[in-house]
Write a protein that binds this ligand. Structure first.
Ligand code: AMP
Length: 401
């Protein structure tokens, strides 16, 4: 089956067409600046040239129409007509407590996703717009929602509850949900597969380190804890997000700087993290890495603090699982940043971790980067959220048939 995977944001839309039999990506692309002047679509068929076109996209329906046009283009397209697309898989950020698994989309599911909008006001409405636009243009094609939060729904109560009045959980479902679930699930399974070990027997820690960053603890094939919380602001220090802070800092800064809650939240989401720590040098780890090697004090501070927090989070999950067999690095920084992996692994001697420098310097493959025989294995597993969404989509669609 050919599966169209859609990841729809408020003004952008990423897509991939995947052949589920071979698991090959047939084409991929991106619509940018939807409903903003200067809208643009880029499209790359497998083995072909990337093409870019500036073209008006007044709304997401028009963006999806353009995606379907490029995929069926007689010269550069990869399918003859839309009937060849067997299903569409949509990434949905927040499924609340309602969705512990992917689900076939119908009107009731759409309503339930809408009810989670409060929990992810920046993401879920955009995801819904993408789903509705697709349903309009492909009314008879099955659509599946794959949730970022679903994999983490197996966490026990003691891992997902906060130490605040219980009534906020009862009334508003305030609790830890976690994000990047599709990635944590894909990477942890893949690590077991690459090492030829049984997933259900392992204790795995996945460090998803990208612009957004989270760590998860996966025990016997189930997520038992993760570092992001009610929202993706909690946990590690990220590109521009603060991660964990003393909540009293919010009031302290608000008084000192005469700012309101919205302004402070904006600072914690967009001006903090590595960007803020480096005194605005950059949120991009390539710049931080370059500065670190030059001895730039802002870059050194940001890099060391970021890595220290990853080390601490790993330690917490070793404790939570009473041990660890495999530690995985993934996402933009985790896959491409050998320095981050080195600085983290240097502090994991207590787990018997010894890096294989040659393996650590490689890129783009599933690889063990610890020396042969280490008790705890460290691996780099490039994440593939689109493939994971396509797999889920096929599974759910076939269950229905
Ligand atoms: P993601 O959110 O997973 O797409 O990751 C994006 C981040 O990965 C970027 O902001 C960069 O900081 C980081 N990144 C990408 N390439 C490299 C690289 N070669 N070395 C270090 N960091 C990288």
């Amino acid at each position: 089956m050919k599966v169209l995977v859609i990841n729809c944001g408020s003004s952008s839309l990423k897509f991939q067409l995947i052949d589920s039999n071979t698991e090959a990506c047939l084409a991929k692309g991106l619509c940018e600046r939807i409903a903003i002047e200067g809208s643009m679509i880029s499209y790359t068929p497998a083995g072909g040239e990337k093409e870019k076109k500036v073209t008006p996209m007044p709304d997401h329906t028009e963006a999806i129409r353009l995606v379907l046009d490029v995929l069926t283009n007689p010269v550069t397209g990869v399918v003859k007509n839309l009937d060849e697309i067997g299903a569409v898989g949509h990434r949905v950020v927040h499924g609340g407590e309602r969705f512990a698994q992917s689900v076939l989309i119908d009107d009731a599911v759409l309503k339930a996703i809408e009810e989670c909008n409060d929990l992810a006001p920046l993401h879920n409405p955009a995801n819904l717009i993408g789903i509705n636009a697709c349903r309009k243009l492909m009314p008879s094609t099955p659509m599946v929602a794959v949730f970022d939060t679903a994999f983490h729904q197996t966490m026990p109560e003691e891992a997902y509850m906060y130490g605040i009045p219980y009534e906020y959980y009862r009334k508003y479902k305030v609790r830890r949900y976690g994000f990047h679930g599709t990635s944590h699930s894909y990477v942890s399974r893949r690590a077991a597969q690459v090492l030829n070990l049984k997933y259900e027997d392992l204790k795995i820690i996945v460090c998803h380190l990208g612009n957004g960053a989270s760590v998860s603890a996966v025990k016997n094939g189930k997520c038992v804890d993760t570092s992001m919380g009610l929202t993706p602001l909690e946990g590690l220090i990220m590109g521009t997000r603060s991660g964990d802070i003393d909540p009293a800092i919010i009031e302290f800064i608000a008084h000192k700087e005469n700012k309101n809650i919205d302004e402070i939240m904006n600072i914690l989401n967009k001006k903090s993290g590595v960007l803020g720590l480096s005194d605005n040098l950059s949120s991009d780890f390539r710049d931080i890495e370059e500065g670190y090697f030059k001895g730039d004090e802002n870059a050194v501070r940001a890099m060391k603090t970021f890595c220290y927090r990853v080390v601490k989070q790993i330690g917490a999950y070793v404790a939570a699982m009473n041990g660890v067999d495999i530690i995985c690095f993934t996402a933009g920084v985790g896959e491409n940043g050998p320095l981050v992996r080195t600085l983290v692994c240097e502090q994991l001697g207590y787990l018997g971790v010894e890096l294989d420098e040659e393996a650590n310097a490689k890129r783009g493959e599933d690889i063990e980067i610890t020396q042969t025989g280490c008790k705890t294995k460290v691996m780099v597993i490039p994440t593939n959220e689109e493939l994971a969404i396509a797999r889920e989509t096929v599974q759910i669609t076939e269950q229905r048939a």
